[in-house]
Design a protein around this ligand. Sequence first.
Ligand code: NDP
Length: 323
Amino acid sequence: MSTPEGVERLSRCITIAGISQCRLFNDPHYFSILLSFSEVAVLDSATQEIVCCMGQPVAGNPTQFMMERAFAAAGLDWRYLTLEVAAENLGNAVRGMRAMGFKGGNFTLPHKVAVIEYLDKLSDAAEMMGAVNCVNRDGDLLIGENTDGKGFIQSLCDVVDPADKNVVVLGAGGAARAIAVELGLAKAAEVTIVNRTPERGQELVDLLKTKANVASKLTAWEADYTVPEETDILVNATSLGMGDPDEIVPIEVDSLHARLVVADVIVNPPETWLLRTAADRGCQILDGLGMLVNQGVIGFKIWTETEPDASVMREAVEEFLEV
Ligand code: NDP
């Protein structure tokens, strides 16, 4: 129940964290989140662990709702805060996180690459990808991990095994880097990177060839992209479609053939223009929710060293997004 005590405890927790910017208060799910809080038994100490998500724009990101539910289900008195952090404030925000003893955090658009310079150490995967989506505090050290790619591959494997497949990845940002590297490690036959900024795309192609040991080439994204006939899997790893179900991804629609699996990383809304168009063309489609839940499960385990209930997390995401 959202009791006055629950509200008082929540504001105390936020005061402890020194946060005045918690977007949660503007969120329609605020009172359901309070419900999760009230289900947690012990709330009266300053030792609650705090994790967060930093990004911009970050409003509408369902991770807080998903994680709070998972903490409550596991009986953990932890808090997850969603923080709108502009690129120019990232350094100070990470210093604040360190000063306040946060256990860790997720980093999303546009911080996945930029956050690296403020960390002490990287996992092998994050080092290879050059992108971090999950930070864990181990003693005084902030350690960067990357769970996006593994989360995506787990979700993709429910539909198709990428081994020996020709894959086209749209984008070369943080999500694309993580996904493309994991596709390489999963033994895809070739990974074609299609990106608006060719220099950024070429950097990823070079990384794939040298570090993930996979054949790779770049296509500069200038006009509507024609998906090559031999493609098996098409992944939208750009931010196109985020927050707008009708945002068009510039591709030649007629080139979407029925043998394609089309995956989108966009979470909100999960039904994007690309996925609707691909389904109409007879393609098999995969939305971004499985990736979100899977990477969340991995992050939960890294921070808490306990296994979350993945079905609780999936249900929470679906409830948040009303799907
Ligand atoms: P980045 O900012 O690092 O990269 C964005 C990418 O999108 C770049 O390749 C950029 O191209 C491209 N892009 C942006 N706008 C356009 C445009 N108008 N036309 C063509 N290309 C464009 O972001 P991230 O990689 O961190 O995130 C990308 C998306 O993935 C976000 O929507 C994020 O929410 C989602 N995501 C979902 C996850 C999940 O669990 N489902 C996990 C992680 C991310 P350029 O290089 O030319 O700028």
